[in-house]
Design a protein around this ligand. Structure first.
Ligand code: GLV
Length: 310
């Protein structure tokens, strides 16, 4: 009975192995590049695994994604067909995303970038912003993280809108569904938060057409995936003043290359994929519980649907 761990960062791999080993003492837990007896490996715990990473393990029962998204697993063209993929979600992760969304929505709402620029110039200027009740904020994607973020924004008093592929009911949130209601939703969002899963349908959804539909000088927050955003379209929308600011947690290429135009851009705030970063002490409890339950029951509530993409 053994588990392999695959994370691009070696220190993080060791950290996870240590934490998981303490919770699963009966298991052999090793890095994927040094797996021991491959026949004994039944689970792979992964973040951004390499292509073909799972092929050496004939008895794999499930792959555990170290995150809510499974796009980084599905990106493997040699992924064994029908392999169950377990997502890692839980209250700690939702809590972190709620904090991130509240922090950055409030920051845009209260125009902190302009206030910070004024401070650099020693300029005392009382910028007047409406109360949150008169600010429309939209959340795209109303799953685990998006639903929690929308509830948090509504509780802060924002006029909160939400959009998802299928209709969701969330108290205090005006919800829209599907392609037919997308345009109307977007046209109302002064601050737009993207928490969609990455699928074929959502790739490039944050593009010039969407930016044009947003109210003038709207801002966006992307804590979904880098591939949701067409980067050149964002730069053009910031340049024209159609968008005033973007807070980005995720990028097409991560880490964001040093020469990327986003780094020095005054209209862009960068966070390094930490919106809802899962740490080993917290996350290993969720992962261990999921592995134990999958062993007992052959399934877990957090099983992803690979055909759907999330
Ligand atoms: C992080 O990006 C996740 O998928 O949870």
């Amino acid at each position: 009975m053994s588990i392999v761990v695959s994370i691009p960062d070696v220190d993080k791999t060791n950290w996870w192995i240590e934490q998981l080993q303490a919770l699963l003492p009966g298991w052999t837990i090793r890095p994927i590049h040094d797996p021991g007896d491959v026949e004994k490996v039944t689970y792979a715990v992964v973040w951004k695994p390499a292509t073909g990473a799972f092929l050496p393990f004939p008895n794999l029962k499930a792959i555990v994604s170290l995150g809510a998204g499974i796009d980084h697993v599905l990106a493997d063209a040699e992924l064994p067909r029908q392999m169950p993929i377990i997502r890692t979600v839980g209250t700690d992760l939702t809590q972190r995303m709620r904090e991130y969304v509240a922090l950055h929505v409030l920051r845009h709402h209260r125009d902190i970038p302009a206030i910070a620029a004024n401070q650099r110039e020693k300029r005392w200027q009382q910028l007047v912003v409406p109360p949150a009740t008169q600010r429309r904020v939209g959340v795209m994607g109303l799953g685990n993280l998006g639903g929690a973020a929308a509830r948090t924004l509504a509780a802060l008093g924002f006029e909160t809108l939400g959009w998802a592929r299928t209709k969701r009911e969330i108290e205090g949130v005006i919800t829209y569904a599907g392609d037919s209601e997308f345009s109307e939703f977007v046209s109302r969002c002064e601050i737009l938060v993207c928490l969609l899963p990455l699928t074929v349908a959502t790739t490039g959804i944050l593009n010039a057409a969407l930016f044009e539909r947003l109210p003038k000088s709207a801002s966006i927050i992307n804590a979904g995936r880098g591939q949701h955003l067409v980067e050149a379209d964002l730069l053009a929308a910031l340049e024209s003043g159609q968008l005033s600011h973007a807070t980005l947690d995720v990028f097409d290429v991560e880490p964001l290359p040093a020469e990327h135009a986003f780094w020095p851009h005054p209209g862009v705030t960068i966070t390094p994929h930490t919106a809802s970063l899962i740490d080993a002490p917290t996350g290993s409890r969720i992962v261990a519980a999921n592995i134990e339950r999958f062993e007992r029951e052959g399934s877990v509530p957090d099983l992803a649907d690979a055909a759907r993409g999330y």
